[in-house]
Design a protein around this ligand. Sequence first.
Ligand code: THG
Length: 367
Amino acid sequence: MFEIGPNTRLRVSPFFEKTVEEGVIAFSPYNKMLMPVSYGHPMEEYDRLMNGVALWDVSVERQVEIIGPDAATLVQLLSVRDLSNIEVGKGKYIPMCDHRGVIINDPVVLKHSDTHFWLSIGDDNILMWARAIAAERGLNVTMCEPDVSPIALQGPKAVNVVADVFGDWIHDLKYFWFKETELNGIPLIVQKSGYSKQGGYEIYLRDGTRADELWNIMREAGAPYDIGPGNPSPIERIESGLLSYGGDNDDNTNPFEVRLGKYVDLHLPDEVVGIKALRELHAAGIKRHQLGVKLDNQSPQAGHLRWFKVYKNGAYVGEMTNGCWSSRAETVIGFILVGVDVQPGDRVEVHRDGNIDVGSVCELPFF
Ligand code: THG
């Protein structure tokens, strides 16, 4: 066994002590923080998400706060999705690309006002990127990473817990909308969102010193619904076809290849970073695409942590970018990023740790 040596570059979640109390046994690095990824009972953790309610420390979803007269301009320059009609109080899922049209993040943007936005980012340094673009374009904005740390309540019973705590207005909150509120003076934002397809809410804590209080409140309110700790589930998100930025893409992946084309608005002005390249990529047609694969003759096993080569009729066609045992599919399923010659219904061979596994290609999502 080994430890992570102490250092001041690793930022600590305000919920860290609580997750330790809950029995966390594994973390994954994300935005220079550690995200809890296991509490040691994978079946129970998956079951809670599918049938009950799970409480996740997702404070690694850092916020890039953009304030100022040019804030809306900057956010649009950074997003390849048209934000001209985004309303105050609403979030939107926005792929971000570099000048080559290559995806560099997939944040949720929250519009607080015409001059105040948060980018709720995936794993990468978007504050640095946004500062560079703002400076190059001479925009009048200020940016920081504020003291904001989200938790998520996900699963079919999340709504009961959140409504018991905050009140009936929770039932009127529409998908991706959010509301500023407080609980015993703890400043919060509640949003109907989260990285699963099982429904739920994210609560953005706006004062890290109150993390224990917030965790305890949600834990106690969730007791009648058998709440327990959990984390963004690799199994559920693969079953549901959610992209994991950083896991499912490489340094050349564009949004069209990974099913994010519907979030790309090619009519946006040329100034939007990456849009000119995306128009060219779209006109030329994609060479790779993301599909699902179901392997034959598998038994329950842990998920995989690196890409595996995929062959069709003996020729290399691409990579299997994730994979896990799915009890719903009763086999190992995963995403493949493969040449467009590979189509649903095809049979492929996946070279996994010295074995050759045969599988069938299918559309995503699996469920
Ligand atoms: N919540 C918040 N911030 C985040 C994440 C989150 N930042 C990092 C990471 N997750 C970003 N990635 C995603 C990926 C998918 C979704 C949200 C964030 C998502 N997608 C839905 C889907 O694909 O069906 C809806 C997209 C839409 O149609 O608008 O929810 O989880 N705060």
